[in-house]
Design a protein around this ligand. Structure first.
Ligand code: NI
Length: 134
């Protein structure tokens, strides 16, 4: 059984590697390499897998999951520039893949180990990334 909490956040980013030339950055990252940054309306799905508690009928209390995602993720990244404002990406290219790994690592530490955790991050309606720890 799996349940999911969906949250959204807006954030700006720029994809680039400081150790690459401007030309190579432009070639690999295209429009996402714009030096003046650009924004996304990210949709974050936090999927939790486990057993249904026979007493409550819940897998996990979604109020608790909602609060966890808000406190740990939304408040941390919403309306920030990931490259400039968020220490997690000071030395890490903020691709969807890397953002998903960062989010998964943060939530994994806070979530009861009895649950399996999967992060699904929608950068656009068409570009989606999923991470379960491997
Ligand atoms: Ni982008």
């Amino acid at each position: 059984m799996k349940v999911c909490r969906r949250e959204t956040f807006n954030a700006a980013h720029r994809l680039f590697r400081p150790d690459w030339s401007d030309e190579k950055n432009k070639e690999v990252f295209g429009k996402c390499n714009n030096p003046n940054y650009h924004g996304h309306n990210y949709v974050l799905e936090t999927w939790v897998e486990g057993d249904v508690d026979s007493e409550t009928g819940f897998l996990i209390d979604l109020k608790v999951l909602k609060q966890l995602v808000k406190t740990e993720i939304t408040q941390r990244f919403d309306h920030f520039n990931l490259n400039l404002d968020c220490k997690e990406f000071a030395n890490l290219n903020p691709t969807s893949e890397n953002i998903s790994i960062v989010i998964w690592n943060i939530l994994r530490e806070k979530l009861d180990p009895k649950y399996k955790l999967t992060i699904k991050l929608w950068e656009t309606e068409n570009n989606i990334c999923e991470y379960s720890g491997e």
